[in-house]
Design a protein around this ligand. Structure first.
Ligand SMILES: [Zn+2]
Length: 80
């Protein structure tokens, strides 16, 4: 049964929507960062980010993220 609380509930939802819009914007940025595939990097026996010896292009996901973020920032900076 729905009581008389619709008024505040609607306000609550609206505030929630704003919060969610902010969250969504941030999530989308993060997703875009994560989704951007690393430009075909060769496995050079070392991490492209920190030059730690590794059989992969990066020694850890953090390094890949770091590298991609930097790469993306550079690309965005170059476009502006
Ligand atoms: Zn590394």
């Amino acid at each position: 049964m729905i009581g008389g609380g619709l008024g505040w509930r609607q306000k609550g939802i609206m505030a929630d929507e704003v919060d969610r819009a902010n969250d969504l914007a941030q999530t989308m940025v993060e997703m875009a960062l994560k989704a951007s595939p690393a430009p075909s990097l060769k496995k050079i026996g070392r991490c492209h980010n920190c030059e730690e010896p590794t059989s992969e292009a990066f020694c850890c996901p953090e390094c890949r993220d770091d590298f991609e973020k930097r790469n993306r920032a550079l690309r965005i900076a170059g476009r502006l």
